[in-house]
Design a protein around this ligand. Structure first.
Ligand SMILES: *[C@@H]1O[C@H](CO)[C@@H](O)[C@H](O)[C@H]1NC(C)=O
Length: 86
């Protein structure tokens, strides 16, 4: 019983978190703007709001894309420039 409560709480918190705008980004409707924030792969927010349709990640220092991001509604992802290729 305790385990179930704990699991429910965990799922609840997880749900809350995935709806919130990531601390390092600015959200306008379904657009999440994380551009020009000197983001490295490890600084990239662990979750994005569930209904995110546009994710701006350009002008950062992203050299790899992390795995495990579920963005069902995403149709636009900006990821150009910002990283040095050497
Ligand atoms: C995204 O955020 C950056 C940095 O704050 C800002 O310069 C840019 O205008 C924003 N872009 C959009 C489309 O809101």
């Amino acid at each position: 019983m305790k385990g179930l409560l704990f699991l429910s709480l965990l799922l609840f918190l997880e749900g809350q978190r995935s709806l919130a705008c990531p601390r390092l980004c600015a959200c306008h409707g379904s657009q999440v703007n994380c551009s020009s924030r000197s983001l490295t792969p490890s600084l990239l927010p662990p979750t994005f709001p569930a209904g995110t349709t546009t994710l701006l990640l350009h002008n950062n220092m992203l050299t790899t894309l992390p795995r495990g991001k579920t963005l069902k509604c995403l149709y636009s992802l900006l990821l150009f420039s910002g990283s040095q290729c050497l």
